[in-house]
Design a protein around this ligand. Structure first.
Ligand code: NI
Length: 182
């Protein structure tokens, strides 16, 4: 497994519509494993392939709960979504230190392929449903900022630009914290 570099806001691939996976082969499985490795190293709860520079419809979610176990989302599709919406603060590994309140469906039923290419269906609610919706957005080139009002988005983008001052490039290394560090 390899920790891959993260693409940050400004990298064009974050705005690309990812293409469906035709066959779940070893290369796709390696991508899934690398997404988990990279996400855990970056202390994230979800990661989409676009964020590591690969425009394929592959994402992972791990919010640290056992049921259901960490999700492998290959060609995911929201089959059903609850009418009930919930607003909560969200961040994104591709837009570090920027947070905004986003409305999401409280519950969703997903259809996707697992790591072995087998179709499955899963019902999610709460934070896990939120994380899955956020990752599926990534595969469509959508960022959480797009769900905010123009005013709020403008403020956060200005903050992002200030924080980025003097930095160039939109790809960064993920450095895992040494074991044992709190
Ligand atoms: Ni994100």
């Amino acid at each position: 497994m390899t920790i891959r570099q993260l693409h940050l806001l400004g990298s064009p691939i974050l705005r690309q519509l990812a293409t469906p996976v035709a066959t779940v082969d070893d290369a796709v499985r390696r991508l899934v494993d690398d997404l988990f490795e990279t996400m855990h190293a970056a202390k994230g709860v979800g990661l989409a392939a676009n964020q590591v520079g690969v425009a394929r419809r592959v994402a992972v979610v791990d919010v640290g709960e056992d049921a259901p176990p960490p999700l492998v989302l290959i060609n995911p599709r929201i089959a059903q979504a609850s009418d009930v919406m919930e607003a909560a603060e969200e961040g994104c590994l591709s837009i570090p230190d920027i947070y905004g309140e986003v409305e999401r469906h409280l519950g969703v039923t997903l259809e996707a392929l697992d790591r072995d290419g087998r179709p499955y269906k899963v019902e999610l609610s709460g934070f896990k449903a939120r994380a899955a919706q956020h990752e599926i957005d990534h595969l469509d080139g959508v960022l959480f900022l797009d769900h905010l009002s123009a005013v709020k988005r403008g403020l956060l983008l200005a903050k992002w630009k200030r924080a980025r001052k003097g930095q160039s490039g939109y790809v960064k290394d993920v450095t895992p914290e040494p074991a044992g560090e709190l």
